[in-house]
Design a binder for this molecule. Structure first.
Ligand code: SF4
Ligand code: SF4
Length: 137
């Protein structure tokens, strides 16, 4: 699964090889989406972490122990009913059951409360009906 985080680095943590340690110690891949860190100053980095849920939890704990402050960048999945043709393809890849396809009615339903925002459904919709909203209002 994937998680987006904003990492706030204190000055003393700026030189730590964070992405290397996440990969080697926790088997968590970190994709840097945005970074603003000046040498010997505090900084901010937006990362997308990929890994198993337990490893992600352990990695987040470790980051906090290194003195970093973590903000979970809010994001949510949206399904556009105007574009959806109820083909059911996305429901087949959803690990949480947030996307479900009811057979008698042949209708897709989306339960946002169950969604892990893992994004597995995004590339599976042939009609572009699923999107990811970052920092939704
Ligand atoms: S983001 Fe993941 S959990 Fe959420 S609806 Fe898509 S596949 Fe399901
Ligand atoms: S894959 Fe796209 S069109 Fe098909 S049910 Fe899911 S959201 Fe609707």
């Amino acid at each position: 699964m994937k998680r987006r985080l904003t990492l706030h680095f204190p000055r003393e943590a700026v030189h730590q090889p964070i992405t290397y340690r996440l990969a080697v110690d926790f088997d968590v891949a970190a994709k840097i989406l945005r970074a603003q860190i000046a040498p010997n100053q505090s900084g901010t980095m937006v990362v997308e972490l990929s890994g198993d849920i337990d490893e992600l939890d352990a990695a987040e704990l470790w980051l906090e122990r290194q003195g970093l402050r973590l903000n979970r960048t809010r994001s949510e999945i949206r399904v556009d009913p105007a574009e959806c043709v109820d083909c059911g393809l996305c429901a087949g890849v959803c690990p949480s059951g947030a996307l479900a396809f009811a057979l008698p009615q042949r209708r897709l339903s989306f339960d946002a409360a169950r969604c892990l925002v893992c994004e597995q459904c995004l590339p599976h919709c042939p009609f572009g009906a699923i999107s990811l909203a970052l920092d939704p209002a």
